[in-house]
Design a protein around this ligand. Structure first.
Ligand SMILES: NC(=O)C1=CN([C@@H]2O[C@H](COP(=O)(O)OP(=O)(O)OC[C@H]3O[C@@H](n4cnc5c(N)ncnc54)[C@H](O)[C@@H]3O)[C@@H](O)[C@H]2O)C=CC1
Ligand SMILES: O=C(O)[C@@H]1CCC=N1
Length: 284
């Protein structure tokens, strides 16, 4: 892809991208792309909600529409960013406007084979599973391409998702439900743990403010340490855990309650739900 020097220290391409759905995840992706990968003016967003569109237009200079329109045909990439429940209806309306574009879906569960059928056999589809830390450029996205995706389109898909973090390519679409369960939904598990730590802090006599400050900083610090350390996470855990000490007491309590087993079961249930979404809102 050719990048253009904007004369102000930034480089953008002329890549034209349309988003169908301008909600949370689309906004995170557009925030990473606009003015960095491509000009906001090269991004077109379709959403039923005029307020969401106005907000995106003001923040990023994107063009907008409340229904699928001719601008889509001029796009090289179409990002499907509606809920799985809305996908079939949206794709049916999109179908007349899809020719050679790369179609990039971020929806949980909905399989490429169903998107391909709804699009009349269109085979340039990349399924992606990003996560909300994309909002601050720290997302991670699992991705898988169908056979009809060219090497250049694959690079373009990677460029788009790397604008908001890192990417992991899969060789088998079936594995994307596992990615959804681990990293797609994962931020919610972390927030849940932070909320529990805050509640414990309060029950131990700290204020809500002190509790949230301690819990958040502990997650940020521990996550950074795990990310930066070459050592296994299990070793980092053992270093905190003095025999007969406080951490030992806490971890023994967690083991007795099988917290690890509960987390593993919870993540697996998210993967199952991904498959169910595909069955429920994909297959006809
Ligand atoms: N929120 C998350 O953490 C993640 C979400 N996803 C996937 O991203 C997709 C979008 O999720 P969110 O952004 O969280 O949802 P959201 O509800 O914030 O955004 C969906 C948007 O689609 C719009 N919409 C509904 N029907 C439409 C139609 N017929 N035409 C055009 N626009 C329409 C809605 O007005 C809304 O703005 C989902 O498929 C979800 O599975 C993927 C990874 C993470
Ligand atoms: O909960 C969901 O279905 C979406 C997919 C991953 C994160 N949120």
């Amino acid at each position: 892809m050719q990048f253009l020097d904007n004369g102000n220290g930034t480089m953008t391409s002329k890549l034209n991208i349309s988003f169908i759905g301008g909600g949370n995840m689309a906004a995170a992706l557009i925030g990473g792309l606009a003015g960095k990968v491509t000009d906001g003016a090269n991004i077109h967003v379709v959403d039923l909600n005029p307020e969401a569109l106005q907000n995106l237009a003001q923040r990023f200079g994107v063009s907008t529409a409340t229904g699928i329109d001719a601008a889509i045909a001029a796009s090289e990439v179409i990002v499907l960013a509606v809920k799985p429940q809305q996908m079939k209806e949206v794709v049916a309306k999109l179908r007349p406007h899809v020719t050679s574009q790369l179609v990039l879906s971020i929806a949980a569960g909905i399989r490429a084979v169903d998107l391909k059928r709804w699009l009349g056999g269109h085979d340039a589809i990349v399924r992606c599973m990003p996560n909300t830390p994309a909002l601050i450029g720290l997302g991670i996205t699992g991705m898988v391409a169908t056979a009809g995706v060219s090497a250049a389109q694959r690079d373009t898909a990677d460029l788009i998702l790397r604008a908001v973090g890192s990417t992991v390519w899969l060789d088998d679409e079936a594995k994307i439900d596992a990615v959804t369960a681990v990293s797609g939904s994962g931020p919610a598990y972390v927030f849940y743990f932070i909320e529990a730590m805050q509640q414990a802090a309060q029950e131990l006599g700290l204020t809500a403010q002190q509790g949230i400050e301690l819990a958040k900083a502990t997650f940020v610090g521990a996550a950074q340490l795990a990310a930066q350390s070459p050592e296994p996470v299990s070793l980092l855990r053992e270093r905190v855990t003095s025999k007969g000490g406080t951490t030992y007491a806490a971890l023994t309590s967690m083991e007795a309650a099988d917290v690890k087993g509960a987390i593993i079961a919870a993540v697996k249930s998210a993967a199952v739900r991904g498959q169910e979404l595909g069955d429920e809102f994909g297959r006809d």
